[in-house]
Design a protein around this ligand. Structure first.
Ligand code: 13P
Ligand code: SF4
Length: 350
């Protein structure tokens, strides 16, 4: 486990990280991307970290790949690439820098390493896990195969490399329905997200979809009643839900899509009021670029994504820790499953 007091004293020995109004002023171009959601006093404390990270990135020839659930200081301040899981996986294959810092959760870093094994892939906090990834092991995949012989296993990328290697093909929330529809078999096993599977089943009625009982602790907490109550209290709000939400929640929403799909929908539709039924940082990250949209309603935080912070990213680059390694045989199997997904997605123009 990361010892925060050691981390802080080590960083204090090497960098001037005290709040710095002059430095903050000199970086007003970066601040302008987040000034609706980050207050000036907060920016004064973030600016020294942002500067130190961006300098160190250049020294180490590193790129930061950040998921859409990172906080705005990371998303707008230090990231080189931002996106949903599919975009990050595709971008990981294209990174030219020597080092990738994964600002996201552990399965994302593993996916980057699997797709670009020559790179050093650093995780700022190895404890940034995922309730879906920890819900299934290769034994679970074997159990499903025994129960439904001959059915292909479509596995969500939110899984360990071992689970991916035991599967036939991966999917993300932005291509799950199309990947399932592309399978020849009438029965398709989807793991590990029961709700994504149930939502896909509605989109691909020609298939019999069977699923593992995993769930995302952020999205399973929303209820259809929450959404109904909110609509009644604040009429005219466009409700947009991630497909990791239970199907009755998705039914109650006006649109459902991956995090990148959600961003594209709000950018195109420009609703006056929008409620994003997903992780809290999503609305914060797009708020400055969409000043005409009022983001309303409750949101849930992912405790795993929130383990990643500016100070941990700086420490990770400073100490080159912690490199993510994947056993080469496992990596080979997992790469096949992820590359099959990327191939199908490209062919379908997703
Ligand atoms: P996407 O960004 O692919 O929609 O995934 C959401 C998520 O929960 C990632 O952990
Ligand atoms: Fe996992 Fe849900 Fe957190 Fe994404 S939001 S990392 S699916 S627990």
């Amino acid at each position: 486990m990361l010892d925060l007091s050691t981390l802080r004293s080590d960083l204090a020995d090497h960098y001037d990280l005290a709040p710095n109004p002059r430095l903050a002023d000199s970086m007003s171009d970066i601040y302008a991307r987040m000034d609706r959601v980050v207050s000036p006093p907060e920016w004064v404390t973030y600016a020294p970290y942002v500067k130190a990270i961006n300098d160190l990135k250049a020294q180490r020839n590193a790129a930061i790949l950040a998921h859409n659930y990172m906080t705005p200081d990371i998303y707008h301040g230090v990231s080189d690439v931002v996106g949903d899981s599919l975009q990050l996986a595709i971008e990981a294959t294209r990174v030219e820098a020597d080092v990738i810092v994964q600002a996201g959760v552990h399965f994302m870093a593993e996916t980057s390493k699997i797709l670009n094994p020559a790179k050093t892939v650093l995780m700022p906090d190895m404890e940034a896990g995922c309730s879906l990834a920890s819900s299934i092991t290769p034994a679970g995949i074997a159990e499903m195969r025994a129960k439904y012989p001959g059915a292909p296993v479509v596995t969500y990328v939110n899984t360990t490399a071992e689970v991916k290697a035991a599967s036939d093909i991966c999917c993300t929330s932005s291509n799950a329905a199309q990947i399932v529809a592309a399978q020849e078999s009438d029965t398709v096993i989807m793991t590990p997200d029961q709700y994504l599977a149930q939502n896909v089943a509605k989109q691909v009625p020609g298939k019999r979809i069977v699923w593992w009982e995993g769930s995302c602790i952020v999205h399973e907490r929303y209820t259809a009643q929450d959404l109904k109550d909110f609509r009644e209290w604040n009429p005219g709000t466009r409700i947009i839900a991630h497909p990791e939400c239970p199907p009755d929640v998705v039914n109650e929403a006006d649109f459902s899509g991956s995090t990148a799909g959600i961003i594209a929908y709000v950018e195109n539709e420009r609703p006056e009021k929008a409620m994003l039924v997903t992780e809290c940082s999503m609305a914060s990250n797009i708020s400055d670029a969409l000043p005409d949209v009022d983001f309303v309603g409750p949101c849930n935080m992912c405790p795993f994504m929130k383990k990643i912070s500016l100070e941990k990213i700086l420490y990770s680059l400073h100490t080159m820790s912690t490199p993510v390694e994947v056993d080469p045989t496992v990596a080979e199997g997992a790469r096949l499953a992820v590359e099959r997904m990327i191939d199908v997605s490209r062919k379908l123009g997703l």
